[in-house]
Ligand binder design. Structure first.
Ligand code: NDP
Length: 333
């Protein structure tokens, strides 16, 4: 038996989550039986979409259950195995984060080949957020030569990859993020123009100045005022990849939509939402392109790391306060 801590949903948040919505439990892990593995988690991810799963509403992924451990991506190391496909010391990717370890069917975890990258990169730049950027930009927004690209939430896990992929493909990129440190980072990763939206009284004016010729692609991570400004700045036949709307995830009442949606018509704008899980088939192509861009020095990434499972709720809540530069991660061991 091995003893581990796990985090459960104690109550459903109203508005911004607080530590009171989480509870810690200590559980004993049985030794793995035939076809099972025991895993010590090394890293876990916290992601904005988890906020939606804390509400008791029907959505594309089912709500977390009260009193049950939360779930999410994790990278761990096999400590004991009852399955011939995995041996102690193997690294695995699982969906059993928010806990220090687990015993589970081997079929539910994927053996990780880190390909020279740090394993936690597979929770960020080389994992789900990176693929979100790649699929959203290339498939949903159908990026084409000469496009001017505007990205909100640009200094985060998804946004910073969108900026760099667009730059690697030779595009003019305008990134928006909150705060001077993030604005500096966006310059470092090659954005042609940067908006610190927290220091900007008028987002429409700031975007008009940053993109005097307008924009062809908007990659939306934020919604709200950013979406409205992007509609105003859009050129004819612009494409909007609607990836996320974090500005409303903690809303306690319905937020008003953009007042200028009618611009979709006159400008022939195509606006399309997407969920990355429908594009997992692009993963091999993405990893091949990413490896090339990393080798050429065109793509890099940052991580904000909280240490210890006791910090996981703070890391999660920090996403909604802009406390992360790049991918928000929790280091467990
Ligand atoms: P990030 O790493 O970008 O972290 C969240 C960031 O959002 C914060 O750092 C903060 O940056 C910004 N933010 C928080 N609150 C607000 C607000 N009220 N207004 C504006 N910005 C805010 O997260 P991810 O990269 O993981 O996710 C980015 C977006 O992509 C999210 O909306 C997420 O839900 C979505 N997503 C969608 C997927 C899909 O399949 N469609 C898959 C993965 C992510 P700042 O300091 O700049 O405000």
């Amino acid at each position: 038996m091995t003893t581990v801590r796990e985090i459960r949903l104690k109550s459903r948040p109203t508005g911004l989550p607080s530590r009171d919505n989480f509870e810690f439990a200590t559980v004993e892990l049985p030794a793995p039986g035939a076809g099972e593995v025991q895993v010590k988690n090394l890293w876990m991810t916290v992601d904005p979409y988890m906020r939606g799963r804390m509400n008791d509403v029907k959505s594309y992924s089912p709500p977390f259950q009260l009193g049950k451990p939360l779930e999410g991506g994790a990278i761990g190391e096999v400590t004991a195995s009852g399955d011939p496909s995995l041996a102690p010391g193997d690294l695995v990717n699982s969906f059993l984060g928010w806990r220090e370890g687990f015993t589970a069917p081997a079929a539910g975890v994927q053996k990780l080949d880190p390909r020279g990258l740090p394993p936690q990169a597979f929770l960020g730049a080389a994992g789900m957020p990176g693929l979100t950027a790649y699929a959203g930009l290339l498939k949903i927004a159908a990026l084409k030569e000469g496009d001017i690209v505007f990205v909100s939430g640009a200094a985060g896990a998804v946004g910073s990859m969108v900026c760099q992929i667009a730059k690697a493909k030779g595009h003019t990129v305008i990134g928006s993020a909150g705060g001077a440190e993030k604005a500096k980072f966006l310059k470092e990763i090659g954005c042609d123009a940067v908006i610190d939206y927290k220091a900007t009284p008028d987002l429409n004016a700031a975007l008009a100045e940053a993109a005097p010729d307008g924009i062809d692609v908007y990659f939306d991570n934020v919604g709200g005022a950013h979406l409205e400004a992007a509609l105003n700045a859009a050129r004819p036949f612009a494409r909007f990849a609607i990836c996320g709307m974090i500005s409303i995830y903690n809303a306690t009442k319905p937020e008003p939509g953009p007042s200028n949606l009618a611009q979709l018509i006159g400008k022939n704008i195509r606006m399309e939402g997407f969920i990355v899980s429908h594009h997992f088939g692009m993963m091999p192509q993405f990893i091949a392109d990413l490896s090339k861009w990393v080798a050429e020095g065109k793509v890099t990434w940052k991580e904000t790391v909280f240490e210890g499972i006791e910090k996981a709720p703070d890391a999660f809540i920090g996403l909604f306060k802009g406390e992360n530069l790049g991918k928000m991660l929790v280091k467990l061991a």
